[in-house]
Write a protein that binds this ligand. Structure first.
Ligand SMILES: Nc1ncnc2c1ncn2[C@@H]1O[C@H](COP(=O)(O)OP(=O)(O)OP(=O)(O)O)[C@@H](O)[C@H]1O
Ligand SMILES: [Mg+2]
Length: 358
C-alpha cells in the first residue's frame, strides 16, 4: 500500500453555533485528482482552508505525507494554493510573482531563475515574465497563479474554484491546462468547483458535500451510475424521481408500486415493506414507447418534445400530474417515435433504477 499524500480524519469546524464542517474523512493518494462538489455553504472552502492552515479545525487530524500538520503554519506546509480571485501581487512582474514562494524558502538566485523559467514554460507564458499582472488577460493571470502555486513542487495543490471568473471557452482551455500540469508534474490535487461537468471531466474521484459532510465519494461514473443517496442522485446530473411504495425486497432488489404499476428497482440500503420511496431513473435510461404495445410501463401522455440537437428531451405527464423526462438520441425517434399528444409508456431496466427513502 502506498502512503496517502493527505489524510483527513474526523475534522470539524464551527463558527459560533453554526457547524460549517462536520466529521470529514478523506484520504488522497499520490497523483490523485479529487474534487469537492456541493451546494453553496456546504463546507468545501472551509475544508480546504483547514488543509492549507488558514483555518484551525475544532477537532480531528490532518496528515500530510503521514505527518500531522495541524500545528504547522501555512508557509511550513508543503502545499500550493490557487483561489478563484487570483491574488497576484499587482506591483510585481510575472517573473517576480512566481519567484516569490522560492525566495520565501531561501532558494539560491540561479536556481530560482531556472525554476521560474520552467514553471512559466509549463503554463505557456515563457514570453510574459516581464509583464505586470494588469497587462495580462484573466486566463493568463490564472495561469500565473497556477505557476506560482506549484513552482516549489509542493506535494499537494489546492484549488478553490480557480476558473470561476473565466468565460466558458477559457474555462475549458484552462481545464485541459490544469490536467496537463497535473499529469506532467505528478502532483496530487484537491479541487473545488460548482460545475458538475468540470467535476466529471477532471476528477479521479469526486466528494459530494452536503451540510458540512461528505455525502458520497467515488469515481465520476460510480457517483453518476450508483448514487448512494437521493441528494447525490439529484445534485449530479438530471434524475426522474417516481413516487411509490415498497411491496417487498430481497438481496438488494425491491418490488415497488409506482402510480398503480409494479416495477423493480435496486435498493442500496434495505427498506421496510410499506415504506414510501422514490425510484430514481436518469432520463437517458428511460425507455419511451407508444402505449398499448407493452402493458408493463407507466402510462401517460407525451406533453412536449424539446429539440437539443444531439438528442430530444421528451416531457411525459403521468397520472400523478407530474412531468417526467426521457432523453432520446437524435436519429432513432425523430420520425418514427411518438409525437406530442400521444399516449406513451415509460419503462426501464432494473439495474438503472434505484430506490431511495422519501
Ligand atoms: N469566517 C466565517 N465566519 C462565519 N461563518 C463562516 C465563515 N466562513 C464560512 N462560514 C459559514 O460556513 C459554512 C460553510 O462555508 P464554506 O465557505 O466552506 O462553503 P462552500 O461550500 O465553500 O460554499 P461556496 O460554494 O458558496 O463557496 C457557510 O454556512 C458559511 O456561511
Ligand atoms: Mg467556497
Amino acid at each position: 500500500m502506498t502512503q496517502p499524500v493527505l489524510e483527513l480524519s474526523g475534522i470539524r469546524k464551527s463558527y459560533g453555533s453554526h457547524v460549517a464542517v462536520e466529521n470529514v474523512d478523506l484520504s488522497l493518494d499520490p497523483e490523485e485528482f479529487v474534487t469537492f462538489l456541493g451546494p453553496s455553504g456546504s463546507g468545501k472552502t472551509t475544508t480546504l482552508m483547514m488543509v492549507a492552515g488558514l483555518q484551525q479545525p475544532d477537532g480531528g487530524s490532518i496528515r500530510l505525507g503521514g505527518a500531522p500538520i495541524e500545528r504547522q503554519p501555512p508557509y511550513r506546509r508543503d502545499i500550493g494554493m490557487v483561489f478563484q480571485h487570483y491574488a497576484l501581487f499587482p506591483h510585481m512582474s510575472v517573473r517576480k510573482n512566481v519567484a516569490f514562494p522560492l525566495e520565501m524558502r531561501g532558494v539560491a538566485a540561479a536556481e530560482i531563475a531556472r525554476q521560474v523559467a520552467d514553471a512559466l514554460e509549463l503554463v505557456g507564458l515563457a514570453e510574459y515574465g516581464h509583464r505586470l499582472p494588469r497587462q495580462l488577460s484573466g486566463g493568463q493571470q490564472q495561469r500565473v497563479a497556477l505557476a506560482r502555486a506549484m513552482v516549489y513542487r509542493p506535494a499537494l495543490l489546492l484549488m478553490d474554484e480557480p476558473l470561476g471568473a473565466l468565460d466558458k471557452k477559457l474555462r475549458e482551455q484552462m481545464q485541459r491546462e490544469i490536467k496537463r500540469v497535473h499529469r506532467e508534474r505528478r502532483i496530487s490535487v484537491l479541487y473545488v468547483t460548482h460545475d458538475q461537468e468540470e467535476a466529471l471531466t477532471m476528477s479521479d474521484r469526486i466528494a459530494v458535500f452536503n451540510r458540512g459532510r461528505i455525502e458520497q465519494i467515488g469515481t465520476p461514473s460510480e457517483l453518476y451510475e450508483r448514487p448512494a443517496t437521493r441528494f447525490v442522485a439529484d445534485f449530479l446530473g438530471d434524475t426522474n424521481f417516481f413516487p411509490g411504495c415498497v411491496l417487498g425486497s430481497s438481496g438488494g432488489h425491491c418490488l415497488v408500486e409506482v402510480l398503480g404499476r409494479r416495477v423493480e428497482a435496486m435498493s442500496p440500503t434495505p427498506i421496510a415493506d410499506g415504506s414510501a420511496i422514490v425510484v430514481a431513473v436518469r432520463p437517458e435510461r428511460v425507455r419511451l414507447q407508444r402505449a398499448g404495445s407493452q402493458a408493463d410501463g407507466l402510462t401517460g401522455r407525451l406533453a412536449e418534445v424539446i429539440y437539443l440537437g444531439a438528442a430530444r428531451r421528451c416531457v411525459v405527464r403521468l397520472a400523478d400530474g407530474g412531468d417526467y423526462f426521457a432523453l432520446q438520441p437524435a436519429g432513432d425517434a425523430e420520425a418514427s417515435g411518438p409525437q406530442p399528444g400521444e399516449e406513451v409508456s415509460l419503462s426501464w431496466d432494473l439495474r438503472h433504477a434505484t430506490v431511495f427513502p422519501l
